[in-house]
Design a protein around this ligand. Structure first.
Ligand SMILES: [Zn+2]
Length: 378
């Protein structure tokens, strides 16, 4: 099943295994996309990223538009060449940054949104046409539509207006020029409001986008409510196109959205945790600042083959973290990204075998067991 750039190769319940074909190569799904906010996945060289198993990375339009500027990146041959990553790249529209930096917004109107740049405080404006043009200049493989993402406590009337504008903006952006071979994904809004979410899904799905994202979730609502919404909303999107959940990266959350029919997701969690001295492992989350690791000669995770686990002990990594040595942050980031890529690759194999539920239960039990064993040992 599938049309255009995406093929579903297996399903297990609502979970899907597929392939997204882009101008810079194929991406097996479910796919975890490490986040390269400023055209770099923090601390990880693109060559290392590739050997960890990453197939597609995300970059942020907001940041690249202001520094160094899309004109500069275009003049240097586009984002792939600029950042030394020849694989697929997804760029967001910049809308999420604008709407999550709420204090910087000056006005939102039919045409677009005006705000103050976080870089120099100057008045700036994003429109669907600008979002299309910047992403065209960057030359990403997947461009996202500019949308209006509101916090979980937004009033229904505000949410309704955001849904209407998000659809109108998506229609305008889809009509704008794009880079050769660039796919454009629409974003459905509506928070957890059943009627508005359904309306947004229907309107966005009718526009003929190459893929669809569920936006406006994971913005402060209860997790159960968020997952419930994903559970009924994802299947309402066209089955033959990829479905992207924006911003989830904890192991439990990743497995939960895959189970509900999501194909792609991204998060800064693995590199952010790495920078704070924490590791995601099959035995739960390790905080290397904890004294119990000071003479621990084991690798971070005995079942991981990343560069950190292959060569170094927990005690050494703890030492690096405590001394704020760059190598410590790099190794932990490598490990954390590898962990989520492995978790997701395992999910794909399980879906193909029709054993996703077994895989999910085993993974969650293993993580919970390790976590509680360590708490008892403390
Ligand atoms: Zn590792």
């Amino acid at each position: 099943m599938g049309d255009g750039a995406f093929t579903v190769v297996a399903t297990d319940g609502a979970a899907r295994a597929g392939v997204l074909r882009t101008a810079h190569g194929d991406v097996p799904t479910p796919a975890f996309m490490p986040v390269g906010t400023k055209a770099t996945v923090k601390g990880i060289d693109p060559e290392a990223l590739r050997s960890l198993g990453a197939r597609m990375v995300l970059a942020n339009t907001y940041h690249l538009h202001f520094r160094p500027g899309a004109d500069t990146i275009e003049a240097l041959g586009g984002l792939h060449r600029f950042m030394g990553w020849e694989g697929p790249i997804l760029t967001d529209s910049g809308g999420f940054q604008v709407f999550s930096l709420r204090d910087t917004i000056l006005a939102t109107d039919e045409g677009g949104v005006s705000f103050r740049s976080v870089y120099d405080g100057r008045e700036e404006r994003f429109t669907p046409e600008l979002a299309a043009d910047v992403q065209r200049q960057l030359g990403s493989d997947v461009a996202m539509c500019l949308d209006i993402c509101l916090p979980a406590d937004a009033a229904p009337a505000e949410l309704e207006l955001a849904v209407a504008r998000t659809t109108a903006w998506a229609r305008r952006q889809l009509a704008a020029p794009r880079a050769a071979g660039q796919l454009v994904f629409g974003i459905a809004q509506g928070g957890t409001h059943p009627e508005l979410r359904r309306r947004s899904l229907e309107e966005i799905a009718a526009l003929g986008c190459d893929g669809h994202a569920l936006g406006g979730l994971s913005v402060g609502e209860e997790r159960e409510l968020m997952l419930d919404t994903v559970g009924w909303a994802a299947p309402l999107l066209p089955a033959g196109r990829p479905r992207y959940f924006m911003g989830i990266g904890d192991p439990e959350g990743i497995l939960a959205v895959i189970e509900r029919g999501i194909d792609m997701f991204d998060c800064v969690l693995p590199t952010r945790l790495g920078r704070t001295g924490s590791a995601l492992t099959w035995a739960g989350r390790l905080n290397l600042r904890n004294r119990c690791y000071s003479r621990d000669s084991q690798p971070l995770d005995p079942s991981c083959s990343c560069p950190a686990c292959a060569r170094f002990s927990r005690a050494y990594l703890r030492h690096l973290v405590n001394q704020q040595e760059l190598l410590g942050l790099i190794l932990l980031s490598l490990h954390n990204v590898r962990f989520l890529l492995d978790l997701t690759a395992g999910a794909r194999v399980a879906i193909e075998r029709g054993e996703f539920g077994v895989y999910r239960d085993a993974a969650l039990a293993r993580i919970a067991q390790g976590q509680s064993a360590r708490e008892v040992a403390k």
